[in-house]
Design a protein around this ligand. Structure first.
Ligand code: F6P
Length: 323
């Protein structure tokens, strides 16, 4: 192994820069040359590479986002796009590629691996919906951003006795909403894995006031059938009958743009270093993730075919603690 490349793809996640830094510096330590690919798989197709030395990745660990840029690249989903990318990798004499990202990115990594190119994935997405890693880079920081918002909303909610709704990201997965709801002490949590209709949400909020709570706050995952928009419409249309107002806050991309905390910096660093360790020992076609308190690999074939399950006992617990 002489030369490797690293890219970040899909939605950026706080901690991606720490992972890039770890791949670059541990790769250099092994005597390898490391190239960065700008803007994910799109940069691979467009031959957009930059040399990365130890100094180029200095001062990036504390920055959110990704210094390499990221993209969602539909061209790479085609055979033609993948062939172009492979051609660039071969032309530049690159021996292996590290792909830092979530589900879509690891599907791309798997495609290159199926074409016999040595690839190692690094688990990174704020959604925490990636099979093969109990926790992924960016989740902790995104959760803390959601929590800060929830804590603040509860203060104003208590002053006015109003019902509040906070929508968090997560695509089709309710992990962020569930954990933000539990740790933020929400009165109700609505996730795609256990949908709730608007009348039940209204009942939960009303019961909170009836129990003497000074606030009533529901956390909703964006992937729900009744997301913030639909719930808000229902509450507005039925304002008189329901008897209270609902104030809606949609956190959206605010959650992705945070300064990575210590947990994400360390997780990203450990996974990034492990990626070059695994490449050096000849592992290919695997995702480097976090399992049972340590780094671990899962074949990319499994990662792209298996679905990560949410522990629904936590939802039950959230209900008990909201009393
Ligand atoms: O996968 C990360 C994520 O932030 C999801 O939570 C969200 O649904 C999606 O990306 C948003 O994608 P985009 O930034 O392309 O709008």
């Amino acid at each position: 192994m002489k030369r490797i490349a690293v890219l970040t793809s899909g939605g950026d996640a706080p901690g991606m820069n720490a992972a890039i830094r770890a791949v670059v510096r541990s790769g250099i330590d092994r005597g390898w040359e490391v190239l960065g690919v700008r803007h994910g798989f799109a940069g691979l197709i467009a031959d957009n590479f930059i040399p990365l030395g130890a100094r180029e990745v200095g001062g990036i660990m504390q920055r959110g986002g990704t210094m390499l840029g990221s993209a969602r690249c539909s061209e790479f989903e085609t055979e033609d796009g993948q062939s172009k990318a492979l051609r660039q990798l071969h032309q530049r004499d690159i021996d292996a590629l590290v792909v830092i990202g979530g589900n879509g990115s690891q599907t791309g990594a798997h495609a290159l691996s199926q074409a016999d190119f040595p690839v190692v994935g690094v688990a990174s997405t704020i959604d925490n919906d990636l099979y093969g890693s109990e926790i992924t880079i960016g989740v902790d920081t995104a959760l803390n951003i959601a929590l800060e918002a929830i804590d603040r909303l509860k203060i104003t909610a208590s002053s006015h006795q109003r019902a509040f709704l906070v929508e968090v990201m997560g695509r089709h997965c309710g992990y962020l909403a569930l954990i933000a709801g539990i740790t933020g002490g929400a009165e109700a949590v609505v996730i795609p894995e256990s949908e709730m209709n608007p009348e039940t949400v209204a009942a939960e909020l009303r019961h909170a006031y009836e129990r003497g709570k000074p606030h009533a706050l529901v956390v909703v995952a964006e992937g729900c059938q009744y997301n913030a928009e639909r719930l808000a419409r229902h509450f507005e249309e039925n304002r008189e009958r329901l008897g209270f107002d609902l104030r809606v806050t949609k956190l959206g991309h605010v959650q992705r743009g945070g300064t990575p905390g210590a947990f994400d910096r360390l997780l990203a660093t450990r996974l990034g270093v492990a990626a070059t360790d695994y490449l050096a020992q000849g592992d290919r076609g695997v995702l480097v993730g976090w399992q049972r308190g340590d780094v671990a690999t899962t074949p990319l074939t499994e990662v792209v075919t298996c679905e990560k399950q949410l522990d629904l006992r936590l939802l039950e617990m959230a209900g008990v603690l909201a009393k």
